[in-house]
Design a protein around this ligand. Structure first.
Ligand SMILES: O=C(O)CCC(=O)C(=O)O
Ligand SMILES: [Fe+2]
Length: 552
């Protein structure tokens, strides 16, 4: 008391007050920072949660949501880019509570940037393979035909399109890229610099032209894995380049002109009945799209295999190499559907429903081979142990590489792991007459595969799994021998895409839950039958599960 009467005491108070001021200042600073952090957190999570609420209000089950490639892309975007932002605010500013800790635990193995790129590139590939309408896609619809379309919960915004477009460019799939980018040019919102996009489109076109001209000049217009337009893009250089073309290149060009103009040139057909990888891919995608009319719509040829879906190869040429495209319909009429009960007494009660798809090589399906309950057992046995599928490669000798030739995950299910598995092995043995019990050398284990967004397996043969050089193959594998028969069962329906197609006989089989397809890979002299080359089309909408057994 009476402090005011002493200056010395007042001075002390002055200092104390200043101290309080400083403390309050720091506290305010802290609180302001926290408020900004909370503000940021609220804004970020609000956007995030709004998207999640939109999904919930669409009233779809989990598979219903993620089997749409656009929804899957959005999920990948949220779990990578959006989640990283939310996580940063959580970790650095918001005080760690049990809930935060819990969230951080759940998200430990979230996807990474590579997964996001994968999702973006899958959309580009699907667009190309199935020739999806780009503006429909951007507005959030996978439009398959006039009557079939699959809307996603949310469309793609400018930033998404740009992101996807850049991925297209990085992978030289120029057409979809230009599609995506041009689309943005029409509707670029203010938030994105319009000029930057126009520049990017320009840049893409220049790169493409440069790339095309370079290939044309250095390698010529035809090769094993490429076709180019006959004319260079750059007009100024045209006459100059013409002069520089070698005689051989000119002959190549002449040959190409001849083929395109004379589809019935049988002499040529006989000379080159072996297809290049590139030509086979063209046929593969054609069969995937169930293209009926094979009209030569364009003579515009491309430099990249990735561009084949843009009708860049002239039909007459494909027909020359794949005569089945011109197959007289009479052949089809020899294929039969019938019920089979003689292979085992069990089938007297419940005959097998066989449908033939090709006689040479023999490819057929058994309808309703497995019940829904049985298919679910196989999926549940596999789902916990899925790993990225690999495929054979000339360079690596015996299998073991992963690439975008085969984009699926798989796991091996062994005989004896469940009584239903044993039951199915017996059923397969009884129906095709081969020993399918994987416990002995008769066959491999079941390979259960699940395809992701745009998941596919480009054309290949199932035989030839044993390495040519003996040292690389185990004694067991040598004893067992090569794959005689492939017996594959679809464990789910696929709404769009995902057919199994045989590129050399023009057969496309659509997955149906419980249906099995089988074919003989080897000829009677145990050499491989090249006509069995086949692949799995990209999954356009849905989830594709299959289970294969290879008999040796
Ligand atoms: O998934 C498909 O349709 C084909 C799969 C296949 O060819 C294989 O796994 O060897
Ligand atoms: Fe295969």
């Amino acid at each position: 008391s009476d402090t005011y009467s002493s200056v010395a005491e007042l001075e002390q108070l002055y200092f104390k007050e200043q101290q309080v001021g400083q403390r309050l200042e720091s506290l305010l600073d802290l609180i302001m920072k926290q408020t900004t952090a909370i503000d940021q957190y609220v804004k970020l999570t609000f956007v995030y949660l709004t998207e999640l609420r939109e999904i919930r209000s669409a009233k779809l089950d989990s598979i219903g949501v993620i089997s749409n490639p656009i929804n899957a892309f959005h999920m990948m975007r949220r779990l990578t880019i959006v989640w990283q932002e939310v996580k940063t605010t959580l970790e650095t500013h918001v005080s760690v509570t049990d809930i935060v800790q819990d969230v951080l635990n759940i998200t430990k193995n979230f996807p990474n940037d590579e997964d996001l790129s994968g999702a973006a590139f899958s959309l580009v590939q699907l667009q190309g393979a199935y020739r999806l309408n780009v503006s429909q896609l951007a507005s959030g619809t996978v439009q398959i035909s006039d009557s079939i379309s699959f809307p996603s919960v949310k469309g793609l915004n400018a930033r998404d399109c740009l992101f996807i477009g850049k991925h297209a460019f990085n992978n030289f799939t120029i057409r979809p890229l230009i599609g995506f980018l041009l689309l943005r040019k029409l509707r670029v919102p203010k938030t994105i610099n319009q000029q930057a996009i126009v520049k990017l489109i320009h840049f893409c076109l220049l790169q493409f032209e440069w790339y095309h001209d370079d290939v044309l000049e250095k390698k010529g217009p035809i090769g094993d894995k490429w076709r180019t337009n006959l004319e260079p893009f750059e007009r100024r250089a045209k006459s100059l380049r013409k002069a520089r073309r070698s005689l051989e290149q000119q002959q190549q060009i002449q040959r190409m002109r001849d083929i395109t103009h004379n589809p019935l040139d049988t002499g040529y057909r006989l000379a080159t009945n072996k297809s290049t990888e590139w030509e086979e891919l063209e046929v593969f995608f054609r069969l995937c799209r169930e293209e009926k009319s094979l009209v030569c719509t364009s003579q515009y040829l491309s430099t990249q295999p990735a561009l084949i879906h843009d009708q860049l190869i002239c039909t007459v040429e494909v027909e020359r190499i794949f005569p089945f495209l011109l197959k007289p319909t009479g052949l089809k009429s020899r294929l039969k559907c019938r019920q089979i009960s003689h292979t085992h007494s069990f089938f007297i009660l419940r005959p097998l429903k066989l449908e033939e798809h090709s006689l040479v090589p023999y490819i057929a399906v058994f309808h309703d081979f497995m019940s829904d309950a049985e298919t679910e057992i196989f999926k549940s046995l596999a789902v916990e142990r899925l790993e990225r599928s690999a495929h054979g490669s000339k360079r690596s000798g015996q299998g073991g590489v992963t690439s975008d030739k085969r984009t699926s995950k798989q796991s091996w299910v062994e005989d004896g792991s469940h009584h239903v598995v044993d039951k199915i092995s017996k059923r397969i043995s009884d129906s095709v007459g081969l020993n399918s019990q994987p416990s002995n050398v008769g066959s491999e284990h079941y390979q259960v595969a699940n395809y992701g967004i745009g998941g596919r397996y480009t054309p290949h043969t199932d035989y030839g799994v044993l390495s040519k050089s003996r040292g690389e193959t185990s004694e067991f594998d040598l004893f067992r021998g090569d794959r005689i028969l492939t017996f594959m069962t679809y464990l789910d329906d696929v709404e769009a895409g995902g057919a199994t197609v045989f590129t050399h006989v023009g057969v496309a089989i659509k997955p149906k839950k419980g249906m099995s397809v089988f074919w003989w890979n080897l000829m009677s002299d145990s050499t491989g039958d090249t006509l069995t080359r086949h692949g799995g089309c990209p999954v356009l909408h849905g989830s594709k599960w299959s289970k294969s057994l290879h008999n040796s």
